[in-house]
Design a protein around this ligand. Structure first.
Ligand code: ADP
Length: 443
């Protein structure tokens, strides 16, 4: 308020000096001429009575005779100094424009400066004698009550503004204090934060975003805890089985056949753990998302064919028919990561398809997208499970997965890789009839 008051003062004073001062000078000059003309046309009037009358109407006047003797009429002047040559010039017939020339100290509006130099001077003949008459409006008479009115107005503006600023500051500061408390609560690991989310202003937006962030953090924390418990569980079960069989192996009353069987179980379990740790490492590096893609152009159909050739033993063993429609299709992607995608999808299809089933793999070019379809006539996925199969550690049939050495991470890794390529993966499935995985990748 102080800064704006100073600025307003400087601006309004400048306005007075450049625009209002000349206009004021003109106006008072006109009035002076009228006073002069009336007296000249009515010389019988006593000049003292006439000027006293005008003085009571709201003017301050100073009449100077040729010999330098002067009389004041109307209100008193605060400053009465006026240079002799000014009086002489007016006596000699020149007009004096003191209002226009007046430059007050400190650049304060000269309008209120009740000084003799801040007047209009005109020559006037009284009884054939030259006189000089100096006139200025008596601001006190003209603005007496108005000044009081403006002072009250100004004080009220200041007081009411202070009250409003105080109230509105509380209105702004209170929610911010609440938000600060909320950040403290959050940093202690507590996520249930109560904020006023209904406000429609910027603070409301901030509160809504903040509580959304708290919700996300809570979800993240839950996911982290679930992830740790899943990992522990996945490590615990093979370890327990290795421990059990190793103990059994220590007893001497075992046939060679039993010994071999237990050793192969230990080998399987350790292989499972090794696969799990590899998958976890892959997920961790994919989660970092820091330019991990090493893209180049390659024929995706050729890559899929190679994988089918690599895992030929598993589908031949189950007498599964493979229907391939793979025309050469070049895409710009990370070859190593996509190798993992097709391997996951195809081994899953083989794993969940019974003897004598069919798996078909098609590649379609769909505008600037490449659509790869992997369809099997396997056990299918129920609608309830369909929504979760891309979730980490999700397995539909826990017992069977254990036998297969599954971890429930394969599809999570697959989806992550596709997402990193700005692609999309979808699945359609009819329980008991088979599943179709659709992968869309930018060419
Ligand atoms: P896993 O390592 O157990 O195969 P995935 O993430 O690859 O883990 O798959 C998660 C679950 O999705 C599997 O346990 C399985 O129940 C189901 N699933 C995946 N692919 C198929 C498929 N082709 N047919 C039926 N079920 C499938």
């Amino acid at each position: 308020m102080f800064v704006s008051s100073v600025l307003a003062f400087i601006i309004s004073n400048s306005y007075y000096h450049f625009f209002l001062k000349p206009a004021n000078d003109r106006k008072v000059t006109e009035i002076s001429h009228e006073i002069h003309d009336f007296y000249t046309n009515n010389p019988s009037i006593a000049i003292e009575d006439y000027l006293s009358n005008i003085g009571t109407l709201g003017f301050q006047l100073y009449l100077v005779k040729e010999n330098g003797e002067g009389t004041f009429f109307g209100g008193e002047f605060r400053g009465t100094s006026l240079e002799d040559h000014v009086i002489k010039d007016v006596l000699n017939g020149k007009e004096y424009h003191g209002i226009k020339q007046f430059t007050p100290k400190l650049f304060v509006t000269g309008f209120f400066d009740n000084e003799l130099i801040n007047t209009i001077g005109i020559p006037i003949e009284i009884d054939d004698q030259p006189h000089a008459l100096f006139i200025r409006p008596n601001v006190e008479v003209a603005f007496g009550e108005m000044r009081f009115f403006f002072a009250v107005l100004l004080i009220l503006i200041i007081v009411i503004s202070i009250i409003f600023v105080g109230v509105s500051t509380r209105y702004i500061v209170k929610p911010i204090t609440k938000l600060t408390d909320a950040t403290k609560t959050l940093s202690k690991g507590k996520f249930n934060i109560a904020l006023n989310l209904k406000r429609r202003d910027e603070i409301g937006v901030l509160a809504r975003n903040f509580s959304q962030m708290a919700k996300n953090l809570e979800q993240l924390e839950e996911m982290r805890q679930e992830f740790v418990s899943n990992v522990s569980h996945e490590i615990q079960s093979p370890l327990a089985s290795i421990q059990g069989f190793a103990q059994t192996l220590q007893s001497k009353e075992l046939s060679e056949e039993q010994r071999q069987s237990y050793l192969s179980i230990i080998e399987d379990e350790s292989r499972r753990m090794s696969l799990l740790s590899k998958q976890l490492l892959t997920l961790a590096s994919l989660d970092k998302e820091e330019n991990i893609l090493e893209k180049d152009y390659f024929d995706v159909s050729e890559q899929i064919k190679q994988i089918l050739f690599m895992i030929e033993y598993s589908w031949r063993q189950k007498e599964i028919a493979i229907d391939m429609q793979l025309s050469p299709t070049f895409i710009y992607a990370d070859q190593k990561l996509l190798h993992q995608v097709w391997t996951n999808l195809l081994t899953n299809s083989i794993k969940f398809t019974d003897y004598g089933g069919t798996i078909s793999i098609h590649i379609y070019q769909d505008g600037d997208k490449c659509h790869i379809e992997v369809k099997d006539s396997g056990i299918g996925i129920s609608e309830k499970d369909l929504a979760h199969i891309f979730t980490r550690f999700y397995k539909v049939d826990k017992a069977r997965s254990r036998k297969d050495g599954s971890s429930g991470l394969g599809l999570a890794i697959t989806k992550k890789i596709i997402d990193l390529h700005d692609g999309e993966i979808m699945v359609e499935s009819v329980f008991g009839k088979g599943s179709t995985f659709h992968v869309f990748l930018p060419m």
